[in-house]
Design a protein around this ligand. Sequence first.
Ligand code: GLY
Length: 372
Amino acid sequence: MAVIEVALAGRAYEVVIEEGLLGRFATAAAPFLKAYGEARKVPVVADTNTHRLYHAALEASLAASGLAADWFVVTPGEDAKTWSVLEQLTDWLLALGVTRKDHVIALGGGVVGDLVGFACAITKRGCGFVQVPTTLLAQVDSSVGGKTAINTAAGKNLIGAFHQPSLVLIDPLVLATLPEREMRAGFAEVLKYGLLGDAAFFGWLEANGAKVLAREPAALEQAIATSIAMKAQIVAEDERETLDRRALLNLGHTFGHALEAETGFSERLLHGEAVGLGMVLAARYSARRGEISAADAARATQAIAAAGLPASLSALGLACDGARLVEHMRHDKKAESTTLPFLLLRALGEAYVARDVDLADIAAFLDGELAG
Ligand code: GLY
């Protein structure tokens, strides 16, 4: 078991990581369920998958504490992060009579967490919520830190709010049912923490990544806890991403976003896969600038490849050139300029925000990577 505090003044909260936590949900979340009882059920939001897999365990745990659940179930996938679903969810919360002191439970991956977090940020000008993330990606990244959002025609996550959860409950056992590809995609975000800020953790993941991917309990808990400890520290230092600190968590994301946009934000390339390949490109571009050695860039690439993640841009078979990928980056950042901030590496375990990157050079670099 690990308990990590996100130390935000006046809004500090705990992230609890423990096997079997879902079955003990009502006890673990008891301080946030006091408003509920015979007259009022606990509002729980899930998708059809997490509802099917976990509703019985959650309900049994609630029943043992004299509580019951009221469910709002969405379709799995990004389509749930829309104005229309947000409207239905907030109407549902209002119809239940949710107050600012209440807590809504988000039981699912990043989509459910982002949607519920944003709904709670705006319902009665802010009610509470508890995150119960069920994917590795949500456990190590999106459930912690208070970034909440929906998608619109203009892009992903452009409408949202910073709204911290009151508690995050992580049960590594729920990953037993996570599809292999999603497990690997989530592992890319775990590797990200090693690459951006902890060389020793990166080395540990090189040695133990296979155990984490095989969901061996001790390795899995260590990987999740180490990742969250770093995220908690960064969020406590720079909650709103104004100090070039939280931005480090976007390592691999600018390259990765361009790849996701080029592949239509589709199953062809999952977000975590795009981030993994984006980190390979960030490492190789850092080597091109002479900031890390070619051997270190190869080590980063090998760590991604060893996890069964796409690690070569040419192997992706994209029918585009580097300039087109740069256009996706510009569009994402709404920037007309010839430069953008990039997360690059000074060493394996030391990322920084580079503000002197010439986009023409990025396009030329990507042309080389696309050619293989
Ligand atoms: N996923 C990046 C962040 O939470 O800042």
